[in-house]
Each structure stands twice: as structure tokens, then as C-alpha cells.
Design a protein around this ligand. Structure first.
Ligand code: NAP
Length: 247
């Protein structure tokens, strides 16, 4: 029996846990950070909450006799990925990172790619004064000092400072293109700010911005640490786990 830890918090993490938990020789434990108040839970065993840094994760892996780890966390969750790399290297436990492909611009898109939320905030005033901010709950405070009106959309309310002029919209994808276009029109949005999360669930806003001719400030992903196995989708991650199981 192979014990697999899926570091989750994403649709891919849930799909991987669901797929592998039906296999007779794999025991799946999923881990969530506990950020979202009502998380979508993966099937099978689930634990919730931080491990206490890389050392805490290392100890947890050892105490729970984990043989294999897939880091299926969000592409911007860089700290847990770094911790997973350090903890698995310390124990010699195999690790693969499941990273969905990034979005790429197509003809008609008006993207400005920036390296960080701070760079996005600095670039904003020139691109528009009515901003659709869809970066999730974390990091909204980086925009608190920007002189513009914001439509802030997130699953749960941001915990830091909000921009002085803002409307908060609590909502969770998937979203469709028609509804995204209506929302942007209704609020006279002039620019969209988003992270390059990739994946189909929240992609409609990019199509809507293209259709409306709106500029997009696209925050680039942090890099995956060097030397780590990367799988691009759930099927490839599952195959990788099966390969580890056979070894
Ligand atoms: P992060 O900055 O990389 O991680 C911060 C800390 O949260 C980690 O050091 C760890 O605490 C804990 N943590 C993160 N993911 C965990 C997991 N799956 N299981 C247990 N502990 C976890 O991560 P984040 O950006 O705050 O994201 C938190 C979670 O939300 C992730 O699971 C991610 O998949 C999901 N998520 C993030 C985003 C985003 O834009 N960042 C979007 C959608 C979903 P300890 O050091 O105490 O272990």
C-alpha cells in the first residue's frame, strides 16, 4: 500500500484525490490550508491547517508514513511548494508538482504582464480608473493606496486594507463569458487585474476583456523550484504516482 499526500486547495487536487482513492494499492490523504471558510472538500481522508513550516511538514510526513507527495496547490502558493520541496528532500520522499498550464495571450488580447502585485498596483493608474480586481482574497491590500475605483471579487472577504473606493463581490467560479461581460459593463470596468492562475474555471474574464477591448494587467507566476518533477495535468500526475507505486 502506497500512502500519498496531495497538497490541495485546487480543482486538480480534488480530481487527483478522487481518481486515485479508488485504486486498491493507494491510500490518499489530502491537505488543505484552511483559508476558505467553506472549502470544496476532496473525497477520501482530509486534514486541514498548516504543518508549521518545512520542518513541521517533514515531521508530519514521517509520522504519517507518507511514501509519495503531489503538490497540487495553486500556482501562486509558493511557500507551501518550497516547504514541500525541502521536506521531501530531507526524507528522500518522491515529490511531483502538478502545475496547470499558464494562460497565454491570443490576438485581440491587450495584456501587460508584471512580476508582482506591487508592480500591478504601480502600473494601474495609467491603464484605467475603474478596476476589476480578481486576485483572490490575499494581496488586495497592495492596492489600498491606488487612486481608483475597484470591483474586488473573491470567495471570502479580504483580511487586509481595502482600497478607499471599492465594491466587494463575494463569488466563486466557474464563471461564464456572458456573465463576465455583463458584470464588466454594469460597473464600467476599464481594466482587469488578475494573476496568471491558468485553468478553465476562471478564464472567462479574459475572453470577456478581449471582447470588450479592455486592457489586462496579468501578474506572472512565481517559478517552480529547480530540479522538481512537474506534471501538467491530473492524468499525468496520476500516472507519475502509479509509477512511484510500482517502484
Ligand atoms: P502559501 O503562501 O504557499 O502557504 C502559506 C502557508 O499556508 C504554508 O506555509 C502552509 O503553512 C499553509 N498551507 C498552504 N497550502 C497548504 C495545504 N494545501 N495544506 C496545508 N497547509 C498549507 O499558500 P497560499 O497562497 O496562502 O494558499 C493557501 C492555499 O490556498 C493553498 O492550498 C492553495 O492551493 C490554495 N489557493 C491559493 C490561491 C492563491 O492565489 N494563492 C488561489 C486558490 C487556492 P505551514 O507553513 O504552517 O505548513
Amino acid at each position: 500500500m502506497t500512502r500519498l499526500l496531495v497538497l490541495g486547495g485546487t480543482a486538480e487536487g480534488r480530481a487527483l484525490a478522487a481518481g486515485l482513492s479508488t485504486e486498491p494499492d493507494v491510500e490518499v490523504v489530502s491537505s488543505l490550508a484552511g483559508r476558505v471558510r467553506e472549502p470544496r472538500l476532496p473525497g477520501g481522508e482530509v486534514r486541514i491547517g498548516g504543518f508549521g513550516g518545512a520542518d513541521g511538514l517533514r515531521d508530519w510526513l514521517r509520522d504519517n508514513r507518507i511514501d509519495v507527495v503531489v503538490d497540487a496547490t495553486h500556482p501562486f502558493a509558493a511557500r507551501i511548494t518550497g516547504n514541500a520541496v525541502a521536506a521531501t528532500r530531507a526524507l528522500g520522499v518522491p515529490l511531483a508538482v502538478l502545475r496547470r498550464a499558464a494562460w497565454t495571450p491570443i490576438p485581440g488580447d491587450r495584456w501587460t504582464e508584471v512580476d508582482s502585485l506591487d508592480d500591478a498596483a504601480a502600473a494601474l493608474p495609467e491603464l484605467g480608473s475603474r478596476v476589476f480586481l480578481t486576485i483572490g482574497r490575499q494581496g488586495v491590500d497592495r492596492f489600498a493606496g491606488v487612486d481608483a475605483w475597484f470591483l474586488v471579487r473573491a470567495i471570502d472577504p479580504p483580511d487586509g486594507a481595502m482600497p478607499a473606493r471599492a465594491t466587494l463581490l463575494l463569488d466563486r467560479g466557474p464563471f461564464d463569458v456572458g456573465a463576465e461581460m455583463s458584470l464588466m459593463r454594469e460597473h464600467s470596468v476599464e481594466v482587469l487585474v488578475t494573476k496568471n492562475s491558468g485553468g478553465p474555471l476562471t478564464e472567462a474574464k479574459l475572453t470577456a476583456a478581449r471582447e470588450l477591448g479592455l486592457p489586462v494587467l496579468m501578474v506572472q507566476r512565481p517559478p517552480v523550484p529547480v530540479g522538481v518533477t512537474v506534471t501538467a495535468d491530473v492524468a499525468a500526475a496520476a500516472d507519475w504516482v502509479r509509477g512511484q507505486t510500482r517502484q
